[in-house]
Design a binder for this molecule. Structure first.
Ligand code: MEV
Length: 309
């Protein structure tokens, strides 16, 4: 039997604009994770897929052709050059809330790819894991940038530009983020699709908003790499203003952002596709507990305080 894990992720800067070639910054969130186990199954039965968290069990051959679990398992077996369907059980579970901007689906894919590679004793490079996962991202997200599969595969803070060589970030001075969940589930592909339609209607306006967001990611990179994380606060607030302008914020997100700022956070913004999902707030060690408390009182379903290192 083999078991593999993959962390959640948080987009710090640049979501949506990254789909249009601007830079973005993301980091893994190790407090939550997906897990895949692979073990021998019934002789002659083929691959059995099991996702008990969502009450879903199915033989691979009976799963819908486009089902993300079917696609990731099939593509990985073919990449591993396993010629005939093996008799195995692939079981997945996750502590990452679904459709909340923390990369639940992506982490499930990464853990399955790694679990299968370990089970068959065939090493796969990070690049291969990320590529295989990206194929499934296209089913979840429509036109993904590739940032989610990259940060979750490499498990390091990244400065990401679509189709460019990966750059990991050297975090000179660690900093803390409070991540708070609105409890509103919002599939990434819906927000990404809406932004695309708005961009098609008003390309100049949207391109200039994306440019501004890209500049914020560049400044944030400098702040992180030069050991001045306090500078990230105002950059987060500015990024949030632009996310509002591209219409991916929501009343629930704004309520949590306001609560975090009132409780002493240095900056706050939505994180991920928006409309629902999570906010992130930059917090010093001394106010972290206060921000966490106020966020919970303000309706957050869950709050994680994580250190970016
Ligand atoms: C989702 O985590 C981030 C988005 O920018 C989509 C993407 O980059 O694929 C909204």
């Amino acid at each position: 039997m083999s078991t593999a894990y993959a962390p959640g992720k948080s987009i710090l800067f640049g979501e949506h604009a990254v789909v249009y070639g601007r830079p973005a910054i993301a980091a893994p969130v190790q407090q939550v994770r997906a897990e895949a186990t692979v073990q021998p199954g019934k002789a002659g039965a083929g691959v059995f897929l099991s996702a008990p968290d969502v009450n879903w069990d199915c033989y691979l051959a009976n799963a819908p052709k486009e089902h993300p679990l079917r696609v990731i398992v099939t593509n990985t077996l073919s990449r591993l050059q396993i010629a005939s369907e093996p008799d195995i059980v692939v079981r997945v579970s996750s502590t990452i809330p679904m459709a909340c901007g923390l990369g639940s689906g992506t982490a499930v894919s990464v853990s399955i790819v790694r679990g299968l590679a370990v089970y068959f004793g065939i090493p796969l490079s990070n690049e291969a894991v990320s590529e295989l996962t990206f194929e499934v991202e296209k089913i979840y997200h429509g036109t993904p940038s590739g940032i989610d599969n990259t940060v979750i595969t490499y498990e390091k803070p990244v400065y990401f530009v679509k189709s460019k060589t990966l750059e990991t970030l050297a975090v000179r001075k660690p900093f803390r983020l409070a991540i708070a969940d609105t409890g509103v589930c919002s599939p990434t592909w819906v927000a990404v699709g809406d932004v695309r339609r708005s961009w098609e209607r008003a390309p100049h306006r949207y391109d200039s908003l994306f440019d501004e967001i890209g500049n914020i990611s560049r400044l944030a990179r400098q702040a992180i790499e030069s050991g001045n994380p306090d500078e990230l606060g105002p950059l987060m607030n500015e990024n949030q203003r632009l996310l509002r302008a591209i219409d991916v914020s929501s009343p629930e997100l704004e309520t949590l952002i306001e609560a975090a700022l009132r409780a002493g956070a240095m900056g706050a913004k939505l994180s991920g596709a928006g409309r629902g999902g999570n906010i992130i707030a930059l917090v010093s060690e001394s106010v972290a507990w206060q921000v966490e408390k106020v966020l919970r009182e303000g309706g957050a379903h869950n709050v994680i305080v994580t250190e970016i290192t």
